[in-house]
Design a protein around this ligand. Structure first.
Ligand SMILES: [Zn+2]
Length: 434
């Protein structure tokens, strides 16, 4: 009888302890996070709500949107047991919201029996701004005359802060930069490879909430035909050049195979590097006056020469020449075409020893095949300053300078930038309006 009583008490004590353990096993409420958790949003914004309950799991969720006196229910969810992690996308499109501040109120409870069975509840408020109005774009610059392969500039103002702004056509985007005057300036190109019907430049601006507006520009696009050139890749060229390229190629022994790998794969990689460099630019112009064509040089090859390569009479490859080849004497002094900051000064595949100078607004000049380089990245150079000597490093048959002018990663016609009246009419005068 005594032992039965003992057992009875033991059962009760174990029962109380386990009930206690059960009751207290989860005393922490779920965790909530919302992205974005503050700032402007639009009807189209994706609001990501993440819930997490490390204890016994989530029970239910309620989301309300509060604007002034309006309480708008957005979402109600019950979760099956053992639900610990939930990711949801909140869609505000169905709600009638006004411009201005909103509060998103999230209420989540877990499956715990703590708080006399009510579980752990958390309530969190997120303050955001509802914005459905796209930026207003006012184009300020007047005539925009572009020639295929060439450059242009548009200036405009906006009525609000933006996330993304620039000139766009098709897949091509040229960023605009905010000037000290509060006006935006965007240098863009009519790329040599874009068909005239596809060249419809527009200013595109997207505000912080994601509202986007486009504005047309008055422009004239002049067509230009580029030259066709045949290039013979001789055995002696290969004999002379291949040793330099061997370091750039994977296991290959055939000289022609190595040449083609460099002319295609290495060229593509080098182009990607130049596009990358295009983003390292000053938001304000660093150039002053016309660009300096390297003095006393003859032009060996022009911008956008369409090249077909032959070896022993057979066509082996095609490329487009994306700069101006200038030559004088061997190891001639090379000068900075204009003032700016050095953003690259090392070996770059087909370009050999190479310097890139940033002139601001995405405009950069590239100097290739050099034998000697006397500037470092981060160094400011002035127009006409000697930056090294010409050579034949990289994909060059003889000593010359390959000069490239680039607008936000897109190679453009250098001769425009050497032309005083072109520069004044199309670029500098537009910047002066500011
Ligand atoms: Zn060249």
């Amino acid at each position: 009888m005594k032992s039965i009583k003992k057992l009875f008490f033991l059962v009760i004590i174990v029962g109380i302890i386990s009930a206690g353990v059960f009751y207290f096993r989860d005393t922490k409420p779920p965790q909530i996070s919302l992205t974005p958790s503050s700032g402007p949003i639009s009807k189209k914004s994706k609001l990501l709500l993440a819930l997490n309950d490390e204890g016994v799991g989530l029970k239910n969720l309620q989301v309300m949107v509060v604007q002034g006196a309006n309480q708008l229910p957005l979402l109600k969810r019950d979760f099956p047991t053992q639900t610990r992690v939930v990711d949801l996308e909140l869609d505000l499109a169905s709600l009638k919201l006004e411009e201005g501040g909103i509060q998103i109120e999230v209420l989540a409870t877990d499956q715990s029996i703590y708080h006399f069975g009510k579980g752990n509840t958390v309530q969190q408020l997120f303050n955001l701004t509802y914005d459905t109005r796209p930026p207003v774009i006012s184009i300020l610059s007047k005539a925009h005359n572009l020639t295929k392969g060439g450059s242009g500039l548009v200036t405009f103002s906006l009525n609000e802060d933006v996330d993304k702004v620039g000139v766009q056509f098709g897949e091509h985007f040229f960023p605009a930069y905010l000037q000290d005057s509060g006006i935006y300036a965007c240098l863009f190109a009519y790329p040599y490879f874009v068909k005239s019907e596809d060249f419809v430049p527009r200013v595109v601006a997207q505000d912080l909430a994601g509202n986007e507006r486009q504005a047309g520009i008055y422009y004239r696009a002049n067509n230009k035909k580029f030259r066709q050139r045949k290039i013979n890749i001789s055995k002696s060229f290969l004999d002379q050049k291949i040793p330099e390229f061997e370091a750039l190629v994977p296991d290959m022994t055939d000289p022609l195979e190595i040449f083609l790998y460099v002319n295609r794969d290495v060229r593509t990689k080098n182009r990607a590097q130049i596009v990358e460099l295009g983003r390292k630019t000053s938001a304000t112009p660093l150039w002053e006056g016309t660009f300096l064509r390297q003095p006393q040089t003859a032009t060996l090859a022009q911008f956008a020469d369409y090249r077909t390569y032959y070896h022993e009479g057979k066509e082996i490859d095609k490329t487009v020449h994306l700069g101006q080849d200038l030559a004088s004497v061997a190891q001639a002094e090379i000068i900075a075409e204009n003032s700016g900051e050095v953003v690259w000064s090392e070996y770059l595949g087909i370009y050999g020893q190479c310097v890139v100078i940033d002139h601001g607004l995405g405009l950069q000049s590239l100097y290739a095949h050099m034998s000697q380089v006397s500037v470092q990245p981060g160094e400011m150079v002035t127009r006409g300053q000697v930056i090294g000597r010409s050579g034949a490093t990289g994909m060059a048959g003889g000593d010359h300078l390959h000069l490239g002018i680039i607008v936000s990663g897109v190679p453009v016609q250098p001769i425009e930038w050497w032309d005083k009246s072109w520069l004044e009419n199309n670029i500098d005068s537009k910047l002066k309006i500011n």
